[in-house]
Write a protein that binds this ligand. Structure first.
Ligand code: PEP
Length: 248
């Protein structure tokens, strides 16, 4: 049995003060939640949120991690720095990083290995663009992202995959539950073929892309979908909590 995991990706939103307010509002709303709840927040909010979530079931995540231990990497944040704050999860390879900051399958692979080596749990994002989808290349793109992104990795215990069709992120367009389930099924089969049946069975795969209170239940009811990576709706405590508590 895979435990559902719902993670908020705050992106470049919320000052530390706003972050504290959001967590204060969120805490009581997710106190009895069944899925694992994670908030992935900007680096500048991490200390504040680490403090604010104390005594709750909310887990702390960052939005990226450097592939190197330390040194001349201006603007990067190391795994050790994150660990010291109490960070547990890190988003890796989000489509916005791929689109605007030159993230590639190769750098995703390096960051993922570095996270794992330091005891951080990577949430690795994969997904096709609208153009790729319209050209019928979705599976080919996903397979490449998976094979190259996880190249050389054998232990998937701490890995979460987020399937995020790029055309559904922040656009209000959601993949139908059936479609998302089918594509995540393809991801699971690809993992099975290349990394083994046990890995594929145990691996948690989230759906991400305009998930909101109104569609979370339908999406999460699908067999292959083990939770969500939530952008916009994670910025309001009530909306995020409603997604986390989709079963209630
Ligand atoms: C995301 O950024 O990972 C995401 C899914 O965003 P949104 O929910 O806003 O589409």
């Amino acid at each position: 049995m895979r435990k559902n995991i719902v993670a908020g990706n705050w992106k470049m939103n919320k000052t530390a003060k706003e972050a504290e307010e959001l967590i204060t509002a969120l805490k009581p709303l997710v106190a009895k939640s069944k899925p694992e709840v994670v908030v992935c927040v900007p680096y500048t909010d991490l200390w504040t949120v680490a403090e604010a979530i104390k005594g709750s079931k909310i887990h702390l995540g960052a939005e990226n991690v450097a592939w190197a231990d330390k040194g001349a990497f201006t603007g990067e944040i190391s795994a050790e720095m994150l660990k010291e704050i109490g960070v547990e999860y890190v988003i890796i390879g989000h489509s916005e990083r791929r689109q605007y900051f030159g993230e590639t399958n190769e750098t995703v692979n390096k960051r993922t290995k570095q996270a794992l080596a330091n005891g951080l749990k990577p949430i690795v994002c994969v997904g096709e663009t609208l153009e790729e989808r319209e050209k019928g290349r979705t599976n080919r793109v996903l397979k490449k992202q998976i094979l190259e992104g996880f190249e050389g990795i054998t232990d998937f215990t701490n890995i979460v995959v987020a399937y995020e069709p790029v055309w559904a992120i922040g656009t209000g367009k959601t993949a139908t539950a059936e479609d998302a389930n089918k594509t995540i099924g393809y991801i699971r089969r690809t993992i099975k073929t290349n990394f083994g049946e046990e890995v594929a069975k145990a691996l948690r795969i989230q759906y991400g892309g305009s998930m909101k209170p109104g569609n979370a239940k339908e999406l999460m009811a699908e067999r292959n979908i083990d939770g969500g990576l939530i952008g916009g709706a994670a910025l309001k405590a009530e909306d995020f909590a409603a997604i986390v508590n989709y079963k209630d």
